[in-house]
Write a protein that binds this ligand. Structure first.
Ligand code: SAH
Length: 398
């Protein structure tokens, strides 16, 4: 059975031929193949203005990204077999890297599964469907996950705000078994309790794992400030690796109550304190009170969510990094992260460097990192390389 066709305008096939998977609405020849003929999630075949097949995928006439390709093979059938194949490949990579079953199992486009994210917590999976096309394949996805991973339960967290852009509703449901409210993640030598249904995103931020490890050489005997701590990923590992005292700051009291429980579980309750509040306000108060730290971590949520927020977001990164550097001791270490794909790595480094100049300090960059290998980067889709982290050492004025 051949799929309905979406035809591109002349020369609009270049990005797909370079390996990208998206077609934007203005690239489609709507005279030849009107988008109005399609329902969100319909499977389609994409062809160039010359009739050359570029692949098969699914369409959403309501979204700016009109088509996402699932396969370059014109005869591919988008269904359970293809999904299971992609899942097997995704699982093989994670099993090769990690000794324990705690990782992002599927990272959307980068794993050949646009619109699907799935995190693994032992025998519990948490899946997020972010596009109408993947949502329509939900039953096949769940059954392929069951077959390939054999989990006890699967929770679907379909409550990401981005679903609205695809015309999708917000809901959370158990798709298999009875997912627990809470699971324990093992990372390094620590254990973390996280909430699944009520936590942020899928419950845990696996993407920062290599950067949390990157921090550990600097924390022995240190006073640590963990800004945007969530349930303590950075700060509690710092405490467990010999930091004298760690202050965790987050705007969510619920996250901090988990952080306190996690500190107790890891035997470091006596070495941590939590401050509930806006990190920008807390930094101002700490600075005014003359408090200083040997290590500061800044891991905010994306401050530039959309391109049009770039200027305001960049200004927020500047304020944040300057305030973080201002409470750092001489010889202190700043780990500064950004998960906004709009902010380039060089720009984040420049933000930190300029903050040091404004504060009349010397600075060395000593390390840098990105998302872990369970968040692979698609070579043609720069948006998939979103997390950057720089590590800098503060010095006296040069
Ligand atoms: N560092 C964490 C992940 C941080 S996620 C880890 O390694 O797991 C971002 C966190 O920032 C969330 O917990 C959110 O509650 C918190 N947050 C968002 N805006 C904030 C603000 N203005 N001030 C303080 N915390 C904030």
């Amino acid at each position: 059975m051949s799929l309905p066709v979406i035809q591109l305008r002349p020369r609009e096939d270049r990005r797909l031929r370079a390996g990208h998977l998206w077609v934007f609405s203005n690239e489609i020849d709507c005279q030849a193949t009107p988008l109005t003929a399609f329902e969100p999630g319909d499977p389609v075949r994409v062809q160039s203005a010359h009739g050359r097949c570029l692949g098969v995928g699914y369409v959403n006439p309501q979204s700016l990204i009109s088509v996402r390709l699932m396969s370059g093979d014109p005869h591919a059938v988008i269904g359970r077999e293809l999904l299971a194949d992609r899942l097997r490949r995704a699982l093989a990579w994670r099993e090769r890297i990690y000794g324990l079953p705690f990782y992002r199992l599927v990272f959307a486009e980068a794993d050949g599964l646009p619109g699907l994210v799935c995190d693994r917590y032992g025998d519990v999976l948490v899946a997020q469907f972010t596009t109408a096309g993947m949502e329509r394949l939900k039953d096949d996805v769940i059954s392929a996950l069951e077959q390939v991973v054999r989990p006890k339960s699967i929770l679907v967290r379909n409550d990401a705000p981005s679903r609205a852009l695809e015309g999708l509703s917000s809901y959370v449901e158990a798709a298999l078994g009875e997912p627990p409210d809470e699971v324990t993640v093992v990372e390094g030598s620590c254990r973390f309790r996280v909430a699944l249904g009520a936590g942020q995103k899928t419950g845990w931020f696996y993407d920062q794992r290599p950067n949390r490890a990157r921090l550990l050489p600097y924390v022995a005997r240190a006073r640590v400030l963990d800004l945007f701590s969530y349930v303590g990923g950075f700060g509690i590992q710092a405490a467990a690796h010999g930091a004298h005292h760690t202050t965790l700051v987050d705007a969510s009291e619920r996250a901090l109550s988990y952080a306190r429980a996690n500190a107790a579980d890891n035997g470091v309750a006596a070495h941590i304190a939590t401050i509930h509040g806006d990190a920008f306000d807390v930094l101002r108060d700490l600075r005014a009170a003359g408090l200083r730290f040997d290590v500061v971590i800044s891991d905010p949520p994306a401050l530039i969510k959309r391109r049009k927020d770039y200027d305001a977001g960049l200004a927020a990164y500047q304020r944040l990094n300057e305030a973080a550097l201002a409470v750092l001791n001489e010889e202190g270490v700043l780990l500064s992260a950004s998960c906004s794909h709009h902010l380039e790595r060089e720009t984040l480094s420049r933000v930190v460097a300029q903050a040091a100049i404004r504060l009349r300090r010397g600075l060395q960059f000593v390390d840098e990192g990105g998302q872990g290998p369970d968040h692979p980067v698609h070579p043609a889709i720069p948006e998939t390389a979103y997390l950057k982290t720089v590590v800098a050492r503060s010095l006296p004025a040069p």
